[in-house]
Design a protein around this ligand. Sequence first.
Ligand code: URA
Length: 432
Amino acid sequence: MRMYDIIKTKRDGGELDDEQIRYFVQKYTDGEIPDYQVAALLMAVYFEGMTKRETTTLTFAIRDSGETLDFSGVGGVRADKHSTGGVGDKTSLVVMPIVASLGVTVAKMSGRGLGHTGGTVDKLESIKGLRTDLDIGEFKRIASEVGLCIIGQNKDLAPADKLLYALRDVTATVDSIPLIASSIMGKKLAANDDCIVLDVKVGSGAFMKTLDDARALAEICVDIGRAAGKKISALITDMSEPLGNSIGNSLEVAEAIETLRGNTGGDFLELCIGLSAEILSLCGFGDEEKCLSAAKKAIADGSALEKFARMVKAQGGDERCIYDPSLLERGKFSREVIARSSGYIMGVDAEKYGEACLALGAGRNKTDDEIDRGAGIILRRKKGDKVFAGEVIATLFSNRNEFDEAERKVMDGTLIGEERPTHGKIILERIV
Ligand code: URA
């Protein structure tokens, strides 16, 4: 078999057979095919797409490029949630403690942020001492004893995805539905949970900019998961506006903790409750109403907060910040962004705010960039709010005292108009 022929078949709009797909994934993982040939193939896939069968085979080949986790000895139904990535998306820090407090076992591997989107691992590491680089033995022990453990990607799981993702990142081939679906599901299947809920984001801050594309991505992921024998569903959720009121690693942890303490509301809480109920329902907890009210109760009675505190402690973190979020780091410098006109906030552009956060130092442009965990944005106004000229729209934080670019992006990303806009729902569709 020659890589040249595989590239040519896809370039000419043909279908790759299973053997060709498995061949290029395995040989690339083994270092036997050079980047330039795989880059050419990825670009051909970007333009020509893949059939459902090709995408499924690619996903299984990515899963099989490394180990699959074996959870024998860890009790309970295991569930995972995966977001396709957004701005201000700290839902895992709330949803996983909620479902874990209700008896679901959560042994979750999460990613780091890249570009304008954040990652759960970076957020968690803003809790002093908390380790996300646990070995598989510790991971399983904490998952078994506490019922909740969140760590970073293990290098032995789906190694092909790590290589392919890095290559896609520098060849402008990230936003392709078959490549995103196989990347997400290859990792999820290697992590081997029983139930998976996908949070497929749509809007300016997401990879998928239109509802049709988000639906197509959700459907193929759900089909692949089911073909692998998993219980799986997807929620398509709005990412045209940042989620909640803060963006940036430690600011988001503080907001997640406040949510677990019952002190927040709005779009973020609504999404956390919806996702928690979806997981509970997949795990056989009961009907929609029962799952929704159990999720709300887990916040109201403090059991989700307590579960999160136990996880933080077990992973070496300073659990005092759970009871006093002001102990979390916040950038030494700050600047307030002021409205120049009066009216209603017509829209807060998630992508622009995400880029502003990147300019403040909260994210990375390259995978090995250092990040400023105290950098970020607190949104003082969101879509539909009234604002008067001279009032604060957002507060920027950073340890670098460089705010001009971020301020420009926040101004650009905030649209003020005369008529109050209608508020859409955060959960747009459910794909089963
Ligand atoms: N998240 C992933 O894990 N992979 C992608 O390709 C995009 C988002």
